[in-house]
Structures are given as structure tokens and as C-alpha cells.
Design a protein around this ligand. Structure first.
Ligand code: CMC
Length: 429
């Protein structure tokens, strides 16, 4: 029997169907609410609203679990590779060996960017934040690859998606190189995805770059952990922008812009800065007190999540990866790491954090790890963006294939002036 929900408005009852997903909470379908009742609903921040149906990622926030296309994300982080995850998110299933060879070769074929793009970079002020450069150059891809911007053409959709997976790391590394005044390093297709990113970021023409395998493996895991996270702010932004039919590069560039905010992709930079500022385990109680004080805007960065009301599974893998990197560097007793571990321990025993179900999120340990690997904090969000590109394009494709898809157009509760008479300037006081 189909489940239904009944809403009573001014004594009149209206029935709405309840939809069941594969797993997770049921959803009341209110798409006919306005037509049948003349009312809208309001839900700032979408805390109770599903914006679409999706079969890409599932998060069980209470259990602290996350699945990509049905596979546990922590298992994928240990056993798969970022590029395979990009394939999985886009196609819905893991590649056969032949499919993998074709895909990996195609991505390698697209790693270089149009040579003219260098001139585009030259227009930026030296010292610009790499994210400021990236948000623009990703949108500019549509100027360089106009042959794959027809969103209604399946083949062009696939080409532009592959171009983005292949070229975004190149652009992110170029943005970094430009910001520090070093020459751009071309991709090296003999390396795997993460190794190549490291050589484009840290290599210099004067010497041969030697990849540290512990670091490149750690980076690949970080990319997997950040690859998708269902309808978060940046993904929803991409979907909304794309719903107008705008080209893929322009759509995805909106994800970069949204991700840059400190409450989203910018949190790892903020978390590392906070840990450095605390600096000593003795100062932790002072910061815990600040985080609990309602009159103080300070929040424990890297703590809390809209969906996870349990330990973020990404944070668990991240903590382990962080230990591996620090051990490789011979820094098992790293001071910042000690502060992080102790802060986590104290917070998890504190009534405030227990009651509000605030646990470490992925950003709590990713900043320390990336910093130890040599990435400056300005590169943390670009790295997140490189990884999330796989998720954004998968959602972008899913949206186009969804027969229910229509242009996104939220409504509002208007609280402004009622219609009033305009008085010409000459007649006003
Ligand atoms: N430190 C102290 N108190 C907190 C924190 C925190 N980090 N996070 C939430 N709270 C409190 C908040 O003040 C509120 O208290 P009250 O009920 O008394 O008003 C309660 O917990 C619920 O928080 P909220 O802000 O209503 O929750 P939200 O779902 O709107 O926000 C969040 C989620 C991630 C933006 C928030 O927890 C936060 O700002 N955390 C710090 C920033 C951070 O680490 N962001 C990374 C998110 S994970 C990466 C990603 O997926 O993008």
C-alpha cells in the first residue's frame, strides 16, 4: 500500500504521497502542495528538505557511515584509487579491466590544458589565493573547449566530464605555481593521478622530482574521502546552476565558488590555524570554554556536521592517514597532532559536545596531514575542489538524466513592504 501523509490547513485535509528510498528516511512528496493548497513550505538551510532524488552517495549520519554507489567509503579509501572512484561515481558501477584501461588512458590524454590558458593566468596579481584563480579559470574552460559544451549531447557531456577530471588538477597546480612565482610544470603521464598532482605542485624544472609513495598514497586517499558527499552546499549549487542548462564548465565552476567558504571546504585551513593557535595541550580547556560560550562566536573548527551525528567516517581514515604521514617524516610526536588528539579526547567527554552530538569531521585531521606533506594552507581548498570535481560532475549528469528535472526555482515568504505608491523625487521632501 502506498504510504501517505495528511496535512490539515484551516480544517481542510490534504493527502500527499510518501516516497521510500532504498534506505534512509522516507520523504513526503509536497510538489503538488501549492497547486492543491495555495501554500508554500519554508525550510532555511534545507534541514528537512530533499532537493532531488539521487543514487550516488548515501550518508547514515546517526551511524557515521558513508557509501559511494553502495560501497563503504572507508573500504574504498583503503583498497581503491581516486580515479577508479571518479569512474564509479560517474558510471554507477566499478570498471571492468578493459573499461578501466580505456578510462585511465583517456584521462591521461586530457591532462594538459590549452597553451593559451597560461596567458589567462598572467592576468592575475601574483600572490592571489589559488582558489581565487581557480574559480575563474575553471569557468574559462568553456572558452577553451567550446566543442564539448552542448549539455544535450551525451558524447559531449562525457568528453567535458573527462576533461574536468583530467584538467582540474593541472589548473590547481598552475594556480599554486603562479601564486608563488614559480614556472608551471607540465603533467607527466607516466605517473598516476596523485603522483602527477604532486610533481606538478612541488616539482621544478631544475631537478627531477622524486615522488614520496607514502605521500602520494595519502593524497589519493584524501581525494577519495572528498570525492562526493551527496547534496552539500557546493553540489547543490552546481545542480541549481546547471538546471538552467548552462554549459558544464560554467556549472562546475559554481561548485568551486561555494566550496571556498570557511563553513564548507575552507574549514580544514581554519582547523589547522586553530590548532596552531592553541599550540599547547595546556591551553585546550580555555578553547573548549570559548567554544561553549554562546556570547563568543568562536567554534571548534573541524567539529560538528549537519548530517553526521556520530564520528565522521572520513575523519577516522584521515586520522590514520595523518599518523602514517607523520611517521614517514619521523614526526610521531608532532606537537600539533598531540594538541588535536587531546582536544578530540577532551571534547568527546564534554557534556556540551555529547549533548549536541558534535564529533570531529574530516577537516579536523586533513589540515595537519596536508601541512605535513608540504602543502601550504592556501592549497587545502583547491585540493578539496580537485577531489570533489568527480562528485560534482556525477551529480550534474544525474540531474540531466532525471526525467523530473526542471529549472530550480525556490519560492519565498515575502516579508517586505506591501505594494505602495511611488512618489517622484521632485515631489518628495
Ligand atoms: N563548536 C562549538 N559549537 C558548535 C560547533 C562547533 N564546531 N558546531 C556546532 N555547534 C553548536 C552550535 O552553536 C549549535 O548550538 P545551539 O543549538 O546551542 O544553537 C549546535 O551545535 C548546532 O549547530 P548548528 O550550527 O546549528 O549546526 P549546522 O548543521 O547548521 O552546522 C557546521 C554544521 C559544520 C556548519 C557547524 O558544526 C560548524 O560550523 N562547524 C565548524 C566548521 C567546520 O568544521 N566545518 C566543516 C564541515 S565538514 C566539511 C564539509 O563537508 O564541508
Amino acid at each position: 500500500m502506498t504510504k501517505k501523509s495528511t496535512i490539515e490547513i484551516n480544517g481542510k485535509k490534504f493527502d500527499f504521497p510518501i516516497l521510500e528510498g532504498t534506505t534512509g528516511p522516507d520523504v513526503i512528496d509536497i510538489s503538488k502542495l501549492y497547486a492543491s493548497t495555495g501554500n508554500f513550505t519554508i525550510d532555511p538551510g534545507f534541514t528537512s528538505t530533499a532537493s532531488c532524488q539521487s543514487s550516488i552517495t548515501y550518508i547514515d549520519g546517526d551511524k557515521g557511515e558513508c557509501y559511494y554507489r553502495g560501497y563503504p567509503m572507508d573500504e574504498l579509501a583503503e583498497k581503491s584509487s581516486y580515479l577508479e572512484i571518479a569512474y564509479l561515481l560517474w558510471n554507477g558501477s566499478l570498471p571492468t579491466k578493459a573499461e578501466w584501461t580505456e578510462y585511465a588512458d583517456a584521462i591521461k590524454n586530457h591532462t594538459m590544458v590549452h597553451e593559451q590558458m597560461k596567458n589567462f593566468f598572467n592576468g592575475f596579481r601574483r600572490g592571489s589565493h589559488p582558489m581565487a584563480i581557480l574559480t575563474s579559470v575553471v569557468a574559462a574552460l568553456s572558452a577553451f573547449y567550446p566543442d564539448s559544451i552542448d549539455v544535450n549531447d551525451l558524447e559531449q557531456r562525457q568528453i567535458s566530464a573527462r576533461r574536468m577530471i583530467a584538467k582540474v588538477p593541472t589548473l590547481a597546480a598552475m594556480a599554486y605555481k603562479y601564486s608563488i612565482g614559480q614556472p608551471f610544470i607540465y603533467p607527466d603521464n607516466s605517473l598516476d593521478y596523485s603522483e602527477n598532482f604532486m610533481q606538478m605542485t612541488f616539482g621544478v624544472p631544475a631537478e627531477k622530482y622524486k615522488v614520496n609513495k607514502v605521500f602520494s598514497k595519502a593524497l589519493d586517499k584524501i581525494f577519495i574521502l572528498h570525492a562526493d558527499h551527496e547534496q552539500n552546499a557546493s553540489t547543490s549549487t552546481v545542480r541549481l546552476a546547471a538546471s538552467s542548462g548552462v554549459n558544464p564548465f560554467a556549472s562546475i565552476s559554481t561548485g568551486f565558488t561555494s566550496l571556498w567558504g570557511p563553513l564548507h571546504g575552507g574549514a580544514n585551513e581554519a582547523a589547522l590555524n586553530m590548532l596552531k593557535e592553541i599550540g599547547d595541550v595546556k591551553k585546550i580547556p580555555e578553547y573548549i570554554k570559548k567554544a561553549k560560550d554562546k556570547s563568543d562566536p568562536f567554534k571548534l573548527m573541524g567539529f560538528g556536521h549537519r548530517v553526521y551525528k556520530n564520528y565522521d567516517p572520513r575523519a577516522k581514515v584521515m586520522q590514520k592517514t595523518c599518523h602514517e604521514v607523520l611517521e614517514d617524516l619521523g614526526r610521531k610526536d608532532d606537537k600539533i597532532m598531540q594538541v588535536a588528539l587531546e582536544l578530540e579526547k577532551i571534547a568527546l567527554q564534554d557534556e556540551y559536545f555529547i549533548e549536541k552530538k558534535l564529533y570531529p569531521n574530516i577537516d579536523f585531521y586533513s589540515g595537519i596531514t596536508l601541512n605535513a606533506m608540504g602543502f601550504p594552507s592556501t592549497m587545502f581548498t583547491p585540493l578539496f575542489a580537485v577531489a570533489r570535481t568527480a562528485g560534482w560532475i556525477a551529480h550534474w549528469k544525474e540531474m540531466y538524466l532525471d526525467p523530473q528535472n526542471k529549472i530550480g526555482r525556490p519560492r519565498q515568504l515575502y516579508i517586505g513592504e506591501k505594494p505602495r505608491k511611488f512618489i517622484e523625487l521632485k515631489n518628495r521632501n
